[in-house]
Design a protein around this ligand. Structure first.
Ligand code: HEC
Length: 197
């Protein structure tokens, strides 16, 4: 009984503190507060934390890895070209560095960093699994029309972007669909999941 009360108390606190986690379902534009100039793009399936909502926009906290002191993009994993978000050059963005790690594979330092930017309050979903299921369905149905399906594990994460780019006109993917399928395949590639160290 005592244990149950503790659990209930704990979950009440957890509830009060709960942040809203969402996932982009399309390629989304990113802005600085009160501006209309696009300073970056958020990729489908990227995980974000909602910090504030105002006038049809949401303030999102985006996290990811970047080579030390070169925060042009935030990646899903160190040394893998899987974008969570990409940013314009000289946008004067301020990142928060959460951790620096030495990646054993690239033998270089990578930072886990985060940034808060605004986006339209749309194309954000609570669950990521349906997005991957949609990507898998598109991939298996469209990419096996002319030849046998090349499985996700046939290529490394960094190769899938160019494979899909070269095939996209054959399947008629628009850019949102292309990015969704690339995310799905890269995250299930031969060299994924990457052991983080
Ligand atoms: C309309 C027919 C068609 C469709 C649909 C198609 N492909 Fe292809 N694919 C080809 C042809 C033809 C080749 C042979 C090489 C070439 O012409 O580029 C090929 C080659 C490939 C290769 C081998 C490339 C290499 O360098 O080994 C891969 C991988 C591939 N396709 C992946 C895909 C994926 C992923 C999709 C779905 C997004 C897809 N294909 C959809 C026609 C198609």
């Amino acid at each position: 009984m005592y244990r149950l009360i503790l659990i209930l108390l704990f979950s009440a606190f957890a509830w009060a503190d709960e942040v809203q986690i969402l996932y982009a379902s399309k390629v989304k534009s990113l802005y600085k507060e009160g501006e209309i100039k696009i300073v970056g793009r958020l990729l489908p399936t990227a995980k974000v934390e909602v910090m504030e909502r105002k006038d049809g926009r949401v303030l999102l906290r985006i996290q990811g890895y970047a080579p030390k002191a070169q925060r042009q993009a935030l990646y899903f994993a160190p040394n893998r070209r899987i974008l969570n978000a990409g940013f314009s050059k000289n946008a004067g963005l301020s990142f928060e560095v959460l951790q620096t790690i030495n990646d054993s594979e690239s033998r270089s330092d990578w930072e886990l960093a985060s940034i808060a930017l605004w986006s339209e309050d749309s194309d954000l979903v609570a669950e990521v699994a349906p997005l991957y299921a949609e990507a898998n369905e598109l991939f298996t149905s469209r990419c096996s029309i002319c030849h046998a399906l090349h499985p996700a594990k046939e290529f490394n994460a960094n190769q899938w972007g160019s494979v899909i780019k070269s095939m996209k006109s054959r399947v008629g993917f628009d850019s949102d669909t292309e990015q969704l399928v690339v995310q799905y395949l890269s995250k299930n590639a031969k060299d994924m999941p990457k052991e983080s160290k």
